[in-house]
Design a protein around this ligand. Structure first.
Ligand SMILES: Nc1ncnc2c1ncn2[C@@H]1O[C@H](COP(=O)(O)OP(=O)(O)O)[C@@H](O)[C@H]1O
Ligand SMILES: [Mg+2]
Length: 213
């Protein structure tokens, strides 16, 4: 059973968007998928409520304390949507639950600053220092050819942490969220640019680079 945690202490950077899209992707590929929503705002579970039976089922669980205890034993993948403001002990506890960690970051001065503090804190968790969990960063809601994206791109490229993908700002994410689906479940003529941008994320997830030995 694989645990993929989506986290960043900053709110609004795309944690729930990435978590729901990851869950939908794995489910649509035939994996037994659980979406664990640790955020009291429960955006991921609200998304799941909109999901119709026409799509592959995803099991939702909630609660930081005992969410995982309610996850079905036969699950292949558990995607964890973390709350904002995860620091200190809470962050250690979150990291304890995962082998793969994805951190979305937005192209904005406030988000870049917050991310640098958060990534530094994250990389000092013992589990990550011991390489028992792997971290990857995703630039999210990107508008190409903007100065602020250039700044974010340069900053993320300068880190020692793998910078795995860039996702554009797109209505597709909003449309998909409203329908309880992921961008991989939208028709190709609408979503192909987003599928392309997800390829490096999927490759990273399938490779050893995202999994401890
Ligand atoms: N790539 C994207 N393109 C367009 N809108 C996005 C994208 N990523 C996130 N959003 C929107 O930004 C807002 C915050 O995203 P969300 O996933 O809820 O962040 P978090 O869970 O980190 O607070 C939501 O309204 C979401 O629909
Ligand atoms: Mg959220």
């Amino acid at each position: 059973m694989r645990h993929i945690l989506v986290t960043n202490a900053k709110g609004g950077c795309g944690k729930s968007t990435l978590a729901t899209n990851l869950a939908a992707y794995f489910a649509s590929e035939g994996y037994e998928t659980v979406l664990a929503d640790y955020d009291p705002q429960a955006s991921a579970l609200a998304w799941l409520e909109e999901r119709s039976e026409d799509y592959e089922a995803i099991t939702g669980v909630s609660g930081f304390e005992d969410g995982l205890r309610h996850a079905p034993r036969n699950a292949d993948v558990i995607v964890i949507d973390a709350p904002a403001r995860s620091h200190g002990k809470e962050l250690t506890e979150l990291v304890r639950h995962a082998e793969t960690i994805i951190v979305p970051v937005l192209p904005s001065p406030i988000d870049i600053k917050a991310a640098s503090g958060f990534i530094a804190e994250l990389m000092h968790r013992g589990k990550i220092e011991k390489r028992q969990a792997k971290v990857g960063i995703v630039a999210n809601r990107v508008k190409e050819n903007t100065l602020i994206f250039e700044e974010l791109d340069e900053y993320l490229s300068s880190l020692k942490v793998p910078y795995i993908a860039t996702l554009r700002e797109a209505q597709n994410y909003i449309r998909a969220y409203q329908r309880g689906i992921g961008i991989h479940e939208l028709p190709p003529y609408l979503a192909w640019p987003d599928w392309e941008q997800w390829e490096p994320i999927i490759e990273w997830l399938q490779s050893r680079r995202s999994q401890p030995r």
